[in-house]
Design a binder for this molecule. Structure first.
Ligand code: NAD
Length: 287
């Protein structure tokens, strides 16, 4: 049986990772971004990631080429028309996402499911940009999408059981372990737990209790986490962490989510991490 067509909107970090994953699992993929240039960048990111797997002996050259040949890249949204599931992974901006969902709604067949990879925005609000909010739900992958096992499938207020079941099944077909987030709540599960840990880790450094390096070491060796809170912030981008804290604070009106001042200072100093090594490490707070 030939697998269904998966559409992916946005060929950035997450979109290209999701497209790669789906293609490797045998789906036909249509990958869309705003321009030929942007979508070509996504395609070269995928080729490079697959190339690395070939180098490491985890993939044959043949499998790499087969996966690449299953991805059609496009700068025309209309090319997603035949997708049975379309996963949106564009910038974290409600207005931009709403416009895409309204256009997808007008384009896709009646059985299609529209999923968003948003990390924090309301699925329920986004679904209202369409005439069929029952066919909209969250499908939250983690970075890097081809590697990380978890997918949070998030139920908006009007998501149908059928749409949720469809996304849970798709996640399993993609080799993932999905869990259902039964309510559309800010940060879903993982980020809701992770953000207070980031905040507490930063407070320990602000209070002079330990350095970022030693907090990371403590968490890795004492809690058996693969990465410490500072390494993880630097990897994901320190500014993204602040953005999520501010969003939680706004939504929950709870002091627990108030961003520490030193985090804002770090970002003002231009130290945003993302593998540059210029994030939290070697940070010396002013006493
Ligand atoms: N990076 C992560 O660790 C991570 C993890 C889970 C979820 N997310 C979520 O995934 C989404 C994408 O994040 P990312 O890190 O891949 O971002 P990114 O900046 O790497 O990529 C975003 C892509 O969207 C494209 N884009 C912007 N506007 C568009 C439009 N109108 N139509 C089509 N494409 C458009 C951009 O050209 C870019 O290629 C966000 O909602 C983010 O919150 C990110």
């Amino acid at each position: 049986m030939s697998k269904r067509i998966v559409g992916v909107v946005g060929a950035g970090t997450m979109g290209s990772g999701i497209a790669q994953l789906a293609a490797q699992q045998g789906f036909e993929v249509v990958l869309y971004d705003l321009s030929e240039d942007l979508v070509a960048k996504g395609m070269s990111r995928i080729a490079a990631a697959l190339g690395k797997s070939v180098e490491k002996g985890r993939l044959t050259e043949e499998d790499k080429n087969a996966a690449m040949s299953r991805i059609r890249s496009t700068s025309e949204l209309e090319a997603l028309r035949d997708g049975s599931v379309v996963i949106e992974a564009v910038v974290e901006n409600m207005a931009v996402k709403k416009e895409i969902f309204a256009r997808l709604d007008a384009l896709l067949g009646p059985g299609a499911i529209m999923a968003t990879n948003t990390s924090s925005l309301s699925i329920t609000e986004l679904a209202e940009a369409t005439q069929r909010p029952d066919r909209v739900a969250g499908m939250h992958f983690f970075n890097p999408a081809p590697v990380m096992k978890l997918v949070e499938v998030v139920r908006g207020l009007k998501s149908s059981d059928d749409a949720i079941a469809g996304l849970m099944a798709l996640a399993r077909e993609l080799g993932k372990e999905p869990i259902e987030v039964k309510k559309d709540s800010p940060g879903f599960i993982v980020n809701r737990i992770m953000v207070p840990q980031f905040i507490e880790a930063i407070r320990l450094v602000e209070e002079g209790v330990a350095t970022p390096e030693d907090v990371d070491k403590a968490v890795k060796l004492g809690l058996n986490y693969p990465m410490g809170p500072f390494e993880l912030q630097d990897f994901a981008g320190v500014d993204i962490g602040l953005h999520v804290m501010d969003y939680f604070y706004e939504e929950f009106k709870d002091e627990r989510f108030a961003a520490p001042l030193s985090l804002r200072r770090l970002i003002r100093a231009g130290r945003t991490g993302k593998k540059s090594g210029a994030g939290w490490y070697d940070y010396k707070p002013k006493q």
